[in-house]
Design a protein around this ligand. Structure first.
Ligand code: UDP
Length: 360
């Protein structure tokens, strides 16, 4: 093993940001990932025929209100200014999310003004009609349980407004890297003090870190894989919600007219359809390509071997997580982070922020 000062295991957004910080602080860093490519679940693939950037693990839109995060990522890529809109399809009609004047006025066939929204929604019949149409079915599909059984903070991720702003996020800074997401990761790792080893896993064997058969020197290890996997699932599996995707090439230039449509009825088996060409409105040849690529997203239970996507916050998972965190705290030099390692429902900017503020 070459001379190294730190190991970063997991080349997602948290790991790559940590690796870059360490390298800029003068450390020699080895980055490893079990996959043959970097980028974690932000990984994309460009379709050879149409030039469409396919988000292999579902849509990723970079959005943040944290200036340090925006400044940091802009050192590596420039963003195209795409502003995210999400539409909801319910009983054959299409509405603009989030909950605001556009949705309410169309759904109820009224003409509310901003000052009338609060009073209107105080009526239980109105609020439950909206909840049942747009949140109950989608949430049951997404989480495999009734909305009453999930933490309210999850649904509160979707803004509620009393105006016609149909931007899905409240964050002013948004976009997709002009040169594609993969270039963000390639550039983060493009530093003379960073070396990358792919298709290999970090293991913790009787308190000793190993990569392949090699024992690591006693250097700090920054780990962003699943915490239970690192400990060989010794206390049991942390529960996750997983996703299955079906990708289809369609012989039309534009299938749904926008990047994401949520299907909020419980009876439709998928939660949303992504149409990736709409993420690059600045790219004329992609927008005008004769064909388009869409992806249907089906939530499912996680079982060993599946990709983990969403941590499930419940009593059982909190108790299990506490045991794994305690075990991790007992391993000298181990620092855990990211969505998987932290078992947190993080957006990309929160992962970058966590990596930027980590004491090194
Ligand atoms: N949600 C919903 N209906 C929608 C969109 C979202 O019920 O049309 C709920 C659902 O429980 C979901 C949560 O709000 O898990 C957060 O939505 P978000 O769009 O932030 O989910 P993500 O894109 O992270 O999967």
């Amino acid at each position: 093993m070459q001379c190294i000062d730190a190991v970063v295991a997991g080349a997602g957004i948290w790991g790559c940001t940590v690796a870059r910080r360490l390298a800029e602080a003068g450390k020699r860093v080895l980055v490893v990932d079990r996959r043959p490519v970097v980028g974690g679940n932000v990984r994309c693939e460009t379709d050879a025929e149409t030039g469409i950037e396919i988000h292999l693990y579902g849509s990723h839109i970079f959005h943040t209100h944290i200036p340090e995060v925006w400044d940091f990522v802009n050192r590596f890529v420039k963003f195209n200014g795409y502003q995210h809109k999400v539409l909801a399809r319910y009983r054959g009609k299409t509405y603009f999310l989030p909950l605001g004047l556009a949705l309410l006025n169309k759904f109820f066939g009224v003409e509310l003004t901003p000052g009338e929204v609060a009073e209107f929604m105080k009526d239980e019949a109105h609020s439950s009609a909206v909840f049942d149409a747009f949140f109950r079915g989608y949430t049951s599909k997404q989480w495999g349980r009734a909305p009453e059984e999930i933490d309210p903070s999850i649904i509160k991720r979707v803004p509620v407004r009393s105006n016609y702003d149909t931007n899905y996020f409240n964050d002013y800074n948004q976009g997709i890297p002009l040169t594609g997401y993969n270039s963000l990761f390639d550039r983060l790792l493009d530093h003379p003090s960073i070396s990358v080893k792919l298709s290999c896993e970090l293991r913790l064997d009787a308190g000793v870190f190993k990569i392949g058969g090699d024992v690591l020197p006693a250097v700090p290890v920054y780990y962003s894989g699943p915490l239970d996997a690192l400990f060989g699932y010794r206390f049991g599996h942390l529960p996750w919600r997983s996703l299955r995707f079906e990708t289809e090439w369609m012989d039309v230039p534009d299938y749904q007219g926008t990047s994401v449509v949520n299907y909020t009825e419980a009876e439709v088996p998928y939660t949303r359809i992504h149409e990736f060409k709409h993420y690059h409105p600045e790219n004329r040849s992609v927008m005008e390509a004769r064909r388009t690529v869409v992806m249907r997203e089906y939530p499912c239970d996680w079982k060993p071997g599946d990709e983990p996507y969403y941590p499930i916050d419940c009593e059982e998972s909190r108790a299990l997580l506490a045991r794994y965190r305690e075990a991790a705290a007992g391993v000298s030099g181990l620092v855990v982070g990211g969505r998987l390692g932290g078992y947190r429902y993080f957006d990309m900017d929160r992962s970058v922020e966590a990596a930027l503020t980590l004491p090194l």
